[in-house]
Design a protein around this ligand. Sequence first.
Ligand SMILES: *[C@@H]1O[C@H](CO)[C@@H](O)[C@H](O)[C@H]1NC(C)=O
Length: 504
Amino acid sequence: MGTLTAVFGLIFLLQVSFSIQKSTTEDPYYVAAVVEFAPFKERNCDLCLLTLAQEFERFIKHPNASQVDIMVFPEYILQELAFTFVPSAEEKVIPCEQLDYDYLLTELSCYARTYQKYLVVNVNEKAVCKEGPKCKNGLTEFITNVVFDRKGMVISRYRKTHYFFSEYEKGVLPKPEISTFTTDFGVTFGHLICYDLLFYSPGQALVDQGITDIIYPNYWFQEFPFLSSLQLHQGFAHANDINFLTAGASAPHTQTTGSGIFAGKWGALDQVISEDPDRKMLVAKVPKKNANFKPNPISTSPRYDPLELQARKERIAWKRDANVDHFTTEILETTKSRINKKLCHNDFCCKFDIEMERIDRSGSYLQGYTYRLAAYEGPGTLHRVEKGEFGICAVIACTNNKLFSCGTVFPKDVPHVANDFYFKKINIKGAYTKKDKMIVMPSTVNFAFEPLPADSYKYSKDVSGNVVNFDMTLTKVRSDLLTFGLYGNYYVEKKVKHNVRDEL
Ligand SMILES: *[C@@H]1O[C@H](CO)[C@@H](O)[C@H](O)[C@H]1NC(C)=O
């Protein structure tokens, strides 16, 4: 009897572990995966695409992904390896069955069908064009997200709107595409790709139209103090209280890494930022908007000890935001235990209320950060590619007492980094003039280039006439801050490079 039960039990177990589970419209959550993926470097090999397809499949068929409803891969991991035509959703093409498409598109379509998952991949698209400066031999190029449904059908396509540096060579749409797709588990997703995140359309436009979940393949470049990958991804998700599935390429030695599953005000459900190129899948149960489900976010360790040396990620490359040169700043005096300060840049004012506690580190040789309070409202650049406007109230880390060192991080040849005090509380208030298009996000990042768990700060806004008062409070002790504050992007799109259009 016992043996029989055990045998049936085993059969049952095997069935459960190998069957594909799907969330339905009834479920209060869905299961998402994002894959941090080191780009495919091989060149000039006949079988490159075959190997690459297998790398995709490795994650899609992995037992860890058995419950995954939607899986997102990063931007530009194929590098320049493959260019493919991409059908529009209206064509209702299943490339696994209709073999007019390039190998990779066909394979991915088959994987989506076999493993019954929504797959989001970013490809180099070629498209037929009539004329225009970028129309060469009747073809133009796009950077494109493709979504396959559980039958392998291409149900959505989105072409990147905002190009970064050399991508200007590619084709440009007459106006930004706003692309969405609805799933069988009842969630409608919007698309974004990488640099798009810093502009109103289509990202913020999707949110303002009521989209609550966004997929985001990216190849992000770390920039301090405000635009490191996870810091920005969590900030955008939190300020908008949306689910944000960010899949990042992994090339940390050239500034690129960072993937996560962010659930709005809950913060990160899982995240990764790696020091060396890596391929890693993150899986999480994502709460559907307005459903009754409590997710399991990354939380502040109850044992956080400010006396301990905090983890750093020195092998990840980064750059400094030159806009900092124009900020109004003041060095934070850490000999006092409390600082109450109002700092203004022209008419734009920030209030800081900071409590600190000194740490006795006598005898150990450690180098610590100098902090500055910063206030700024005005023009600047977005990664020095496009012009923008910003409103900023923040505490930022500097490696010495010169302003040019703010937004830089101690390199790995400075082996022992620790501050001789810790923050007990930081409260920052910023009074922003109300605008049609703007985001003011919580911006936090620590020595390990991770945003603070959302349970360690409070972020709120309060509209009063023509003024929006934002409030950001650190509620748990920290000794490893690089940035803490409010990062406002006013979404003014001042094009410095003229995108010439092709006609499709
Ligand atoms: C699968 O999950 C286990 C347990 O969380 C983890 O150790 C492993 O790295 C995961 N494998 C993949 C390919 O994600």
